[in-house]
Design a protein around this ligand. Structure first.
Ligand SMILES: *[C@@H]1O[C@H](CO)[C@@H](O)[C@H](O)[C@H]1NC(C)=O
Ligand SMILES: *[C@@H]1O[C@H](CO)[C@@H](O)[C@H](O)[C@H]1NC(C)=O
Ligand SMILES: *[C@@H]1O[C@H](CO)[C@@H](O)[C@H](O)[C@H]1NC(C)=O
Length: 183
């Protein structure tokens, strides 16, 4: 049985790839990518764009492989930036939304604490304990909000832990048994 022409050219392609002749193996950056990345190379630091990072970033976009000159690579790099900015905007939007929720929780917590202070000063210790226990929930609510957020970031981790601990301490102290009157 004669070989189908398409199968024959596929076989040729595979042989070429295997011997490395004429065709770039998948994953090898094109000459224009390596040349361009070498040209913009800037030493280390946070603002550096090292050769490897440059090749890595450009190679992540299939359009870079077919770029014919540096200008086309500039288009690719700009396009990659657009994609990154789009994802960053989503992160910021999610954070703003959830931090707004945390702001409401903490303002509510503050109001509850003010009430607890009023109760303590008036000698209503039990009512104060109830309010302190209630206030203690708010840092957790903020934490859960950020934990479940799509941004996957919690800029208030430390604050939440401390407000939780401190309000729990106030609750524990307020809930101690009343001291026996001194004789
Ligand atoms: C630009 O980015 C989009 C998606 O992020 C991609 O589909 C397209 O191929 C890219 N074009 C170029 C020229 O890099
Ligand atoms: C954008 O860059 C950030 C920081 O390197 C990275 O975490 C994020 O995944 C990137 N997003 C896209 C879509 O490239
Ligand atoms: C919290 O309450 C105190 C009074 O108990 C007040 O001085 C403070 O401004 C309040 N903070 C906020 C953010 O509401």
């Amino acid at each position: 049985m004669a070989m189908h022409p398409q199968a024959a050219s596929l076989l040729t392609l595979i042989l070429l790839l295997a011997t490395g002749d004429g065709i770039l193996a998948v994953g090898t950056p094109s000459a224009i990518i390596t040349r361009t990345c070498a040209a913009v190379g800037r030493a280390g630091g946070q603002l550096g764009y090292e050769y490897d990072s440059c090749v890595g970033a450009l190679s992540s976009d299939p359009a870079a492989a077919s770029a014919k000159d540096a200008r086309e690579l500039a288009v690719v790099a700009t396009n990659l930036t657009v994609a990154n900015v789009t994802s960053t905007v989503l992160v910021v939007e999610d954070l703003v939304k959830n931090l707004g929720g945390c702001l409401r929780y903490y303002k509510e917590m503050n109001r509850t604490l003010e009430g607890a202070l009023g109760d303590l000063r008036a000698g209503r210790v039990e009512a104060a304990s109830d309010k302190l226990l209630e206030a203690n929930q708010d840092p957790d609510k903020c934490d859960v909000l950020l934990f479940e957020g799509s941004a996957n970031k919690n800029p208030l981790g430390k604050e939440n832990i401390y407000a939780d601990w401190l309000s729990q301490l106030a609750y524990a102290i307020a809930s101690l048994p009343a001291p026996k009157p001194l004789l």
